[in-house]
Write a new protein. Structure first.
Lengths: 315, 321
């Protein structure tokens, strides 16, 4: 039975910049009216380039930042409405793995301290042998417990980041580009670890990445974002893209197969500044299928049997 | 015909540590050679050695030769190297944000290269700059030439760095992870520009990358580096079709492909050894699935392959040297 574990409704986040003595205040919408449902034991990938709002979405879902509007429900409980105390209790059920394993671990804490800290925050007693069990779970030697982050390689640090996320036995984990700063050989190790942990503990993941190839390999469903809004939701990683942006992302992904060498037809232009977005579709300026309506109206996200696309001229 | 660039048995030391050990490479005009390997395998060090820039990081070529168009770059001295850098070979570095001078206008930074190396007047240099910018598909070159680096996007900055590399009309471009800091759609644009330059101008391109996808799509030949040594060097099609070195096979196996079954992505266990603490024998042996006693005892020689190229593995089906 599929059952929604996480429900995101109309989630919006605006940021403001400037507004000092000399600069006029400007605002940008980092995440615009995002709706998303994640079922239990599902891996949902959110993919897009810099500035698309994927990391902001991850932080909103964890309520590390406050939304401007919209709701996030975890198993029915509205996270965005909880008081700090009840939020802390709810946080036992959700955790996050960060992109940079160098800055997300405190250099003055030993590995054992890092793994014990979630219990300190939750004012709970750490069960005996937790550190040993966690190290084993993520495939690290027991001797690492007394070491410090600077003694570990990038891949080992990310395993500690994963162990820390798992230590309170959460159901839901947000993975914010967990392999972006690692070598491909280590990336593959981490992805396989995450995949076996999901099977073993029945975890549900929200996987944020800029790498469509990786997302297509690892995820059950794919959400494509461009400049703060969802432009397409692929119900299956193998679904053919209907949004021209998804199609361009796919074409920019270099296949490791010289036999499948093709003439590159890269997208023209770059992502516009989110501070002065065009009035219509945000992708209109770079889109090969653009028509007049695209420049005037924002295309609504229309779903058809689980495959949703926000485009007036879909493929 | 002698190749434009030929490295023969190049060794590089920093202090007492030998970081590159017997690197051999050749690169012809109009060819794209990919240099791949994990971080710490010596890719960037090879680039610095070719450019004669090792003293910047306290390194030194302690063996072998680097022939560029017949000259041995390790023997000609700094003064002549200086006249070659920028003029006969150009560089594109990983991070365009640090490769540009933040307080000088874009146009001036490109002009200076052709004024210095081609002896052009200020006006002629600027015309050349604008022409190069247009060739790199920079819209409104004259406006961009007046801008400062902070006013440009990452992809635009990398085009400027490429324009600077081209301004001296070089025969060789060394690009060290030129797209790592860029978004994927912009990466495709930059890779297209670089490979087109190689085809159209007969430029030799040494492309350093960790991305086997980029290698498969644009390179003619590939050299795989591991812990400061060449593991395998071959044309791109056969290396992907039937890699001879287990390390090459493992690197290719790390990239998700279309239609790959879940659980079929395999990382490479362990990590690249720390420089100076290399295992004896084949340096890949602790991570290799085929390792035998021989691999732990004896260094595999780089042997020629029947189908061309070479490999350093005891178990590869190579011609005995």
């Amino acid at each position: 039975m599929t059952q929604a574990l996480l429900q995101v409704e109309g989630l919006t986040k605006q940021f403001h910049a400037g507004g000092g003595l000399f600069a006029r205040q400007r605002s940008m919408t980092a995440v615009r009216a995002v709706d998303l449902t994640i079922n239990r034991a599902e891996v949902v990938g959110v993919v897009g380039e810099s500035g698309c709002g994927k990391s902001t979405l991850a932080r909103l879902v964890m309520r590390l930042i406050e939304p401007t509007s919209g709701r996030v429900r975890l198993d029915g409980t509205d996270i965005t409405a909880l008081s700090p105390k009840t939020l802390r209790a709810a946080r036992r059920r959700m955790a996050m793995v960060f992109q940079d394993p160098y800055s997300s671990l405190d250099p003055r804490y030993s590995i054992a301290d890092i793994l014990a800290e979630p219990f300190v925050v939750q004012s709970r007693r750490m069960p005996a042998r937790t550190v040993e069990t966690m190290l084993e779970t993520v495939g690290l030697p027991q001797t690492m417990a007394t070491q410090y982050p600077h003694q570990l390689s990038g891949g080992q640090r990310q395993r500690i980041g994963i162990a820390r996320a798992l230590v309170l036995q959460p159901e839901f984990i947000v993975l914010d580009e967990p392999t972006a700063s690692l070598d491909v050989s280590i990336q593959a190790q981490i992805i396989e670890l995450l995949s076996s942990l999901r099977d073993r503990f029945g975890l549900t993941y929200l996987f944020i990445s800029h790498d469509l190839g990786l997302v297509r390999y690892f995820c059950n469903r794919i959400v494509v974002m461009y400049l703060g809004a969802v432009c397409e939701i692929l119900p299956d990683p193998k679904s053919a893209p209907r949004h021209p942006y998804t199609s361009a992302l796919l074409a920019s992904n270099f296949s490791p197969d010289p036999a499948a060498r093709r003439t590159l037809a890269p997208l023209a232009g770059e992502i516009p500044s989110p501070f002065n977005l065009p009035s219509g579709c945000a992708f209109a300026g770079r889109c090969p299928r653009v028509t007049d309506i695209c420049r005037m109206q924002q295309p609504p996200l229309v779903a058809e049997g689980g495959h949703a696309v926000a485009c007036f001229n879909p493929l | 015909m002698t190749p434009l660039l030929r490295l023969t048995d190049v060794c590089v030391d920093i202090g007492r540590k030998r970081l590159l050990d017997g690197i051999g490479l050749t690169l012809d005009r109009g060819q794209v050679l990919g240099l791949v390997g994990e971080s710490g395998s010596g890719k960037s060090l090879t680039a610095l050695a070719i450019a004669g820039l090792l003293p910047l990081i306290g390194g030194k070529v302690t063996g072998g030769a680097i022939h560029f168009d017949g000259m041995d770059l390790t023997a000609i001295g700094e003064a002549r190297l200086r006249s070659l850098r920028g003029k006969r070979f150009g560089f594109v570095m990983q991070n365009p944000m640090t490769a540009l001078d933040a307080v000088q206008r874009i146009g001036e930074q490109i002009d200076i290269v052709s004024r210095l190396h081609l002896g052009l007047s200020a006006q002629a240099a600027r015309l050349r700059t604008l022409d190069l910018m247009a060739q790199l598909r920079i819209a409104e070159p004259s406006a961009v030439a007046e801008a400062y680096p902070h006013q440009l996007s990452g992809g635009m900055k990398q085009r400027i760095v490429i324009a600077m590399a081209l301004a001296g009309d070089p025969e060789l471009i060394i690009a060290d992870e030129p797209t790592t800091a860029l978004d994927v759609t912009v990466q495709a644009q930059i890779i297209q520009i670089l490979t087109r330059l190689s085809r159209d101008r007969g430029l030799a391109l040494l492309l350093i990358t960790h991305d086997m996808g980029v290698v498969a799509q644009v390179c003619d030949r590939v050299a795989v580096l591991y812990a400061g040594r060449i593991a395998e060097e071959r044309a791109v099609e056969p290396i992907f079709e039937a890699p001879s070195h287990p390390y090459t096979a493992a690197l290719i196996g790390c990239i998700p492909r279309d239609g790959m079954a879940p659980g079929s992505l395999h990382g490479i266990p362990g990590a690249v050894p720390v420089s100076g603490r290399y295992p004896s024998g084949c340096r890949f042996n602790p991570r290799c699935t085929h390792a035998a006693d021989l691999c732990r005892q004896e260094r595999p020689a780089l042997r020629a392959l029947p189908s061309g190229g070479s490999v350093a593995c005891h178990f590869a089906k190579a011609e005995t040297s």
